[in-house]
Design a protein around this ligand. Sequence first.
Ligand code: GTP
Ligand code: SPV
Ligand code: MN
Length: 588
Amino acid sequence: MTQNKAVLSWLDEQIKLFNPDKVVWIDGSNEQRDALREEACSTGEIIKLNQEKLPGCYLHRTAKNDVARVENRTFICTETQEEAGNINNWCDPKEMHEKLNNLYKDCMVGRTMYVIPYSMCNVDSPFAKIGIELTDSIYVVLNMLIMTRVGKKVIDALGDSADFVKGLHARKDIDEENRYIVHFPQENLICSVNSGYGGNVLLGKKCFALRIASYLAHKEGWFAEHMLILGIEYPNGEIHYICAAFPSACGKTNLAMLIPPEIYAKQGYKVWCVGDDIAWLRVGPDGRLWAVNPENGFFGVAPGTNLKSNPNALHTTERETIFTNVVHNLENNTIWWEGLDKNPPTNAIDWLGNKWDCTDGSKGAHPNSRFTAMAVNCPCISKEFDNPAGVPIDAIVFGGRRAKTAPLVYQSFDWNHGVYVGSAMASETTAAAAGAVGVVRRDPMAMLPFVGYNMGDYWAHWIEMGKKIPNPPKIFNVNWFRTNNEGKFVWPGFGDNLRVLLWILGRVAGTVDAVESPIGFLPKAEDINIEGLENDGITLEVLKDLLSVDKDLWKEDADGVEEFYNKVGDHTPAELRSQLAAFRARLN
Ligand code: GTP
Ligand code: SPV
Ligand code: MN
C-alpha cells in the first residue's frame, strides 16, 4: 500500500512485537468493509440487525468490565512530570514503554493485525492530521471507518512524510488490572491495551484529536477542544456558527442537532450540525477564529435519544450504524434503549447478553451505550461539514451539569474573563467515564480528562491565543440542568435551548441588552423568548429564577476554583489568579 520508509520500518517493528498471524491494510473500500462485517458476524463479535428496518446496521456488546473511558488508567508520558502537570497521570516514558512492551509481546499470535491509515479532517484541509492505528479488533476497524476518513487517499496524502500519529491497540484479555491508555506526545504515539470500548480504542478520537492534538496545538498556536460546532440559520439565510464545550454526556450531540421550536421553525430558523464532540480551531486570514470538526461520524450516547429529544440523531442511526451495549429486540431483530420510547421489548437481550425482563427494574441498555453513525447521514448536517477551511466562530459557549449555582446563561466580560469562566467550569460526573456518577467535579473547558499536557500551560495558551485573535468570539456559559426542589430539571432544554443561543447571538450582534452581575452579563428575562413554553412550566417568574445568582453559592464555588488552581499549581497563569480575586471582590 505504501513505500513510505517511516511507516514500513515502524510496521516491521510492531509486527515483531505483536507477532500476528496475518497483517491486513484497510483500504477504505466498501468491499473490504463488507467482508469484515461478515467475518465479525461469523465469530459473534457483531450481530447483523434487521436489514430492512436498519440497513447496514450491527450490534456489538463489550465485556461488562469495559463500558466507558478509564481516566485512572489514562497516562500522559512526557519526558518530565512537569510537562504533563499535576492533573494528568504521568509515568516515566522509559518505564511505561517497558511495561507496555511486556503486555504487547506476542499479543496477536493467532490473530490478524489491521493497519488503519486515517485522517482527522478532510485530507485536503490545512487542519488535517494523519494517524495510523494498528489493531486486532474488527470492531475497531468498522468504527474507525465511520468515525474517520480511512484508506488509500490518506496514504497518498501522507506520501513520504514521517509526520503521522502512531496508534497501537491490542484487545489482549480485556483485563482491567492491565488496561492502559497511554500517550507519548513527544513521540507522536498512543498505546492502548486490554480494552475494546470506544474512547479507549478508537484512537483518532479522544486520544489523538484531543490529547495529542492539544499538545500540538499548544506548540503550533491553535486549539483542539471538546466542543460541538453548530450553525444557526436566520430567516434571511445568514448563518452564524457557535462552538460549545460541555463535559461528556452533558448535551453536545443534542445541542449540535437541535430542532428549532415551532415558533422559530415557522419563521424559517434552521440549525445545522458541523460537529458534535471535537473542534479544531485556528485564526483565519480575516482575524476570526475558524473551526473544523476533525471527525467523520458521531459516537453518540444512545439512552435518552428519541424522536422528541433528538430526531436528527435518531434518523442518523437508521442506516450504516454500529450500536454498542444497547438492548437487542428479538421480536424484529432491532434495538432499543431506555428513553427511546415507552414500549420496552418483552422478548429481548440486555447489554450483558442475558434474557431481559423489562419489568424487573433493571436497565436493558448500559447508561453509556452508544451509536456509531456517519455524519453524512445526519439530516441536519451542515453543507460546510467537509469544507477544508471550516466555519467562522461567533461565540464560544461553556457549560456543565449544575443542579444549582450556574444560571441558564451568562456572558463573560471579555476574553480573559471568559477563559476564567472556562477554567472554573464544574459538572456532575456521568456514565461516560468509569467511576461514580453525579458527583460535582471541576472540569475546565470540559477538558479535564483530555488535555495532553500541563493544565496550567493549557490555560496560559488560552490567554496567549486571546492576544493573537484580532476578532475573537465572545465567551458565554450555559446550564440546562438546574433542578427544582423535587430534583426535576426546570428548563425544558433540547430544542428550546435555541432560545438561549439566539440571546447569545443577539449579544454578539449587539442587538440585545444585558444586566451586569458579579459573574458576568445576565440576560434581562424579557429578552429570552418563552412563547409556547407555558406547558413546560416556564413563566417569566420561573425564568427569572433560572437567571438568579446566589452569591453564597458562588463564594463556595470560588473556593472550589482556588482549590483546583492550587492543585494545578504554579503553572496556573497569574491572569487567572487575578480574575479569581476580582470575582471575589465583586461578590463582596
Ligand atoms: P459525549 O458523547 O459523552 O461527549 O456526550 P454529549 O455531550 O454529546 O452528550 P449528549 O448530547 O449525548 O447528551 C447526554 C445526555 O444528556 C442524554 O441523556 C440527553 O438526553 C441529556 N441531555 C442533552 N441535552 C439536554 C438538555 O438540554 N436538557 C436535559 N435535561 N438533558 C439533556
Ligand atoms: C466522551 O466520553 O466524551 C465521548 C465518548 O465522547 S468517548 O469516545 O468514549 O470518549
Ligand atoms: Mn465527548
